[in-house]
Design a protein around this ligand. Structure first.
Ligand code: ZN
Length: 252
């Protein structure tokens, strides 16, 4: 399945790359190595740091190869050709990443090294979450994406991740929780604001506990507060403190 690919890395992180992609493979390896301690320490309450399995990343040199590997290696259903905004996919301990060498022709993104590093951090959060979760299939999209965008800090540095929330907060148009649960777009745009809110209100240990114990997908039921009261508190926090944090966004 990976004939012609070379391999670099160590017992903890392995990156496979096509001929001519060695430079990007080294960037990928160093970004994953750099992000791994923070992801593991975030989830370490449950002892994940001992015996975390090897993480595998494959750098796909083109869109067709990305789609093939997502389907055949990760066994994730994907439309072919996949949408140009799709540039990475994680499943179990592995991730398939579109190589930056293909961005110009086969994605909607310009290649920005800092964004690429945060993207790998984001995918690593998905891997850490899936490893810890007792039932990842039940976890709602808004929570998983929210966790990955929040912990990778994409929201704090990349306008594309914060724009919808910024605009919504400024216009005082915040979606309800039901809307975020129902809509993929809202899940991507607003999920991280909920994870941000849960973490600041209840602490990182509570976020970890939700990841490690939520079996039925009802993540908020594990909080000591009713859904309506949570929504009111979220609206309040997002409209004040988060608005202020976003106003100071560096955009780098
Ligand atoms: Zn994601």
């Amino acid at each position: 399945m990976l004939a012609g690919y070379s391999r670099i890395g160590d017992p903890q992180v392995e990156v496979r790359h096509a001929p001519g992609e060695r430079g990007y493979a080294e960037d990928t390896l160093s970004a994953i190595r750099e992000a791994l301690p923070s992801v593991l320490s975030y989830f370490s309450y449950f002892g994940v740091e001992q015996g975390f399995p090897r993480i595998g990343a494959v750098l796909a040199p083109c869109r067709a190869e990305f789609d093939r590997l997502v389907h055949d290696l990760l066994r994730v259903n994907i439309e072919r050709p996949s949408h140009p905004a799709r540039i990475a996919q994680a499943q179990r301990m592995d991730m398939v990443v579109l190589s930056p060498s293909a961005y110009a022709t086969e994605s909607t993104f310009p290649f920005v090294p800092a964004h690429f590093r945060r993207l790998l951090h984001h995918e690593l959060v998905h891997i850490g979450e899936e490893f810890l979760s007792p039932n990842i299939e039940a976890v709602p999209l808004w929570w998983s994406e929210g966790l990955a965008v929040h912990l990778s800090r994409q929201w704090a540095h990349e306008p594309a991740f914060a724009r919808a929330a910024q605009t919504g907060i400024a216009a005082e148009l915040l979606p309800s929780l039901s809307e975020i649960e129902r809509s993929r777009r809202h899940a991507n745009d607003w999920g991280w604001t909920w994870v941000w809110f849960v973490e600041r209100t209840y602490g990182t240990a509570t976020v970890r506990e939700i990841v490690a114990t939520c079996v039925n997908g009802d993540v908020l039921s594990l909080l000591p507060c009713a859904r309506d009261a949570l929504q009111r508190a979220w609206r309040q926090a997002v409209s004040t403190d988060l608005r202020d944090e976003l106003a100071g966004q560096t955009g780098s």
